[in-house]
Design a binder for this molecule. Sequence first.
Ligand code: NAD
Ligand code: MG
Length: 390
Amino acid sequence: MQAKHIVILGSTGSIGTQALDVVERLNRAGHAMTIVGLSAGRNIGLLTRQIERFAPLVVSVAREEDALALSERFADLIVLFGSDGLERLVCFPDVDLVVNALVGAIGLSPTLTTLSKGRTLALANKESIVIGGELVTKVLRENGGTILPIDSEHNAIFQSLLAGKHSEIERIIITASGGPFLNIPLEELAQVSAQDALHHPNWSMGSRVTIDSATMVNKAFEVIEAHYLFDVPYERIEPIVHPQSAIHSLVEYRDGSIIAELAASDMRIPIQYALVYPDRVATDLPRLSLEKISPLSFAPLEMARYPAFATVHAAGVRGGTAPAAVNAADEVLVKRFLGGEIGFTKIAQGLQRILDRWKARDVVEDGDLSLARILDVDRWARKQAATLNL
Ligand code: NAD
Ligand code: MG
């Protein structure tokens, strides 16, 4: 069997480390997976251990000084750095699959570059699609690359879409666990701590996506992501609260049939799906025990509990650079919340104020959306959110 040559961006993060775990499992089971390149931000200790274990040809790190230190330590390794390093990494020769597990807006440019080379992208970095959906769609159309979604909901939708034709889709239903604050009294929300918010009931993830799950910003991002990935209008994409997280999402067809994907709440399952697609291979990863999870329950999203959902959703529907503004603002507001500087409910208030300011900027957005304009709004919103008096 021919080996699959893989690059992983964000290899030291929650998704990145799980992707490497899946690679090791697949190799043990006789599916040849070769790690060609890895990238990480600042966790050089972990990256060093990964280099020793997976022997990549090339790595990229955020800072030049870390790159120099790694070059000294590993004589044969090609070491790159910065955003240019990420670009060069995804263009490295003979790569079959790029896994983008970066967090935040920094993921967009490598996503576009990977697809512009017509390559296959296993995508966890949802911000790529949230802020750059229009650009990504265009690059895909022009260069014929492929996106295999890793985000569990989109992976479930991707699988459920195999059951019918695009023209037969009635609606996409995205499940949401409700996060840690599904049942606490609304008046207590303002007082919850970062520690409370970081305690997700079903999934263990990076800190930003965990807070975004508590505010439901994550679910609004996922609606935007689904809109672009599957080319379905916003009015046909609905969130639903499903606290057990057993059903990862559903597609309803026009004949009334609803197709769902269920699995254990373990991101390595959708990661493996993307790594070996279009095959399915045996795994010893956790399995869903239907007897243990039942009964399954569903409820509408309570808007008073999750006001940030409406704000971010509105930004998605508005399009242009509005999603970039709320994404950047959210990144900063989540950091301010985690640092103890603002309360939990201020994240939603801050997002609405940044979206209002974005509207008030009154910039005419004619012509094609460009990466430069998205990144310009990203910088603007970051500054606004950092100094917003909340
Ligand atoms: P994380 O914070 O655990 O990891 C992020 C990775 O990006 C790390 O390796 C970090 O070193 C790297 N990174 C950060 N800034 C960088 C920079 N400036 N330059 C280079 N590398 C940089 O995040 P995560 O939870 O693994 O999430 C990754 C993406 O996957 C996010 O978009 C998230 O929304 C999405 N996602 C995650 C999960 C999950 O279970 N963790 C589930 C669904 C979707
Ligand atoms: Mg998700």
